[in-house]
Ligand binder design. Structure first.
Ligand SMILES: *Cc1c(COP(=O)(O)O)cnc(C)c1O
Length: 397
């Protein structure tokens, strides 16, 4: 990847290692930017909070979507300008509202009592997050717009929030909607555009207020396996933009908040194969990581493909189960995958692990988190160093 051999990366940086392709990140960012050059594209930082990636994206004119004080610090360290930071969260603390204000971020109000608190913390400009009452076609844990979602405000409350926030002295710039993540089609997102425009129309009629910003969130899926089909970012964003322009004819600026679709397929994880074990049912190949660096199979039932990076062109010899090194049977990274017969010390590459893997990593079983590198033009740059045993013991007394 990026002109660098997997074996050279494993040699220099060790395994497990998350490898990001600079060209892929840039291509995905540019695809969003092309749809509407006037739009603000903010990277959904939680997909992988990383200063080097944020800096790379900021260089392309992107901003950052953050939802905690910690994520804000990553964006600020990467020198993302405050007017390109969108601050979310269903339960922001006063400290977080104050930090968002100090950064000059656009704050997305998520509750009826948040306008007064935001004003008191010094926030000036806000969006109102609308809950459109839509079940996105994705895993329940990452649906965010069903009627009983903990996020946002249903239509009546959203109108109230606009009125009250303006009364509190806030500049209400517009409305926000985000229906979930790993969305493999646009149908529900288009419906969400309709619903958010309905709220805007009500506000215009009832409050004589019109939004100048529509933030349509993120959520586009990436393919993890060959059997999945997902829209391209450009197509997805264009469909949403066209629907909005069709339904809302007054001038308004768009915001997109892609996380996963910017970096998901740009990254793969490189593991070293250890024990290969035959049981009566399956053949296991165990790798030197697992649910501590990628909990998505356990959390969402995610399926991945894999290949032996050092023998990728050898013919497939069977079906294998890829286990991690953690002390529970559920620590299976891939339930079944076609591979040439794996042997100790082979390198296993698992594609499309750039998003929500390291971001959700843990030190379970006392395993230090892996390193991450960015590759391009035959060179690799360390963008997150491997944790050490000292790092693990830092919090102990
Ligand atoms: C998580 C999140 C995103 C990014 O979602 P992806 O699925 O990674 O594109 C965008 N906006 C909000 C409000 C989010 O919570």
């Amino acid at each position: 990847m990026g002109g660098v051999r997997a074996s050279a990366l494993a040699e220099e940086y060790g395994t497990p290692l998350v490898v990001y392709c600079r060209e892929t990140v840039l291509a995905r960012a540019r695809a969003y930017a092309r749809v509407d050059p006037e739009a603000l594209v903010v990277y959904g930082t939680k997909a992988f909070p990383n200063v080097a990636l944020l800096r790379l994206l900021a260089g392309e004119g992107l901003g950052a979507d953050v939802s905690t004080r910690g994520e804000l610090e990553f964006a600020l360290r990467a020198r993302v300008p405050g007017d390109r930071i969108v601050f979310h969260g269903n339960n922001k603390s006063d400290e977080e509202l104050g930090a968002a204000a100090a950064a000059g971020a656009l704050v997305v109000l998520d509750a009826l009592d948040e306008g007064d608190r935001a004003r008191a913390a010094g926030v000036e400009t806000v969006l109102i997050r609308v809950t459109p009452g839509i079940e996105a076609d994705t895993h329940r844990a990452i649906q965010t717009a069903q009627a009983e979602s903990k996020f946002g405000l249903v239509a009546d409350d959203a109108v109230t929030a606009v009125r009250e926030a303006r009364f509190a002295g806030l500049d209400v710039a517009g409305l926000h909607v985000h229906i979930g993540s790993q969305l493999t089609r646009s149908a529900e997102s288009l419906l969400a555009v309709d619903r958010v425009v309905d709220v805007a129309l009500r506000c215009r009629a009832e409050l004589e207020w019109t939004p100048r910003v529509f933030d349509l969130g993120g959520g586009l899926a990436v393919r993890h396996s060959l059997t999945e089909a997902v829209p391209e970012p450009e197509q997805f964003a264009r469909d949403l933009l066209l629907r909005l322009r069709e339904r809302w004819t007054e001038p308004a600026r768009m915001i997109f908040e892609p996380g996963r679709s910017l970096i998901g397929t740009a990254g793969f994880t490189l593991y070293r194969v250890g024990v290969v074990k035959r049981t009566p049912g399956v053949v296991y190949a165990a790798v030197d990581g697992g649910m501590s660096d990628n909990p998505r199979p356990q959390l969402y039932g995610s399926h991945y493909e894999a290949l032996l990076a050092n023998r990728a062109d050898e013919p497939v010899s069977g079906i294998y189960r890829i286990a991690g090194k953690h002390c529970e049977s559920g620590d299976v990274l891939i339930d079944s995958v076609d591979l040439p017969e794996p042997r100790r010390d082979d390198l296993l590459a698992v594609p499309a692990t750039g998003a929500y893997t390291l971001a959700m990593a843990s030190n379970y079983n006392g395993v230090p988190r892996p390193a991450a590198v960015l590759v391009a033009d035959g060179r690799a740059e360390l963008i997150r160093r491997r944790e050490s045993l000292d790092d693990l013991l830092r919090f102990e007394n």
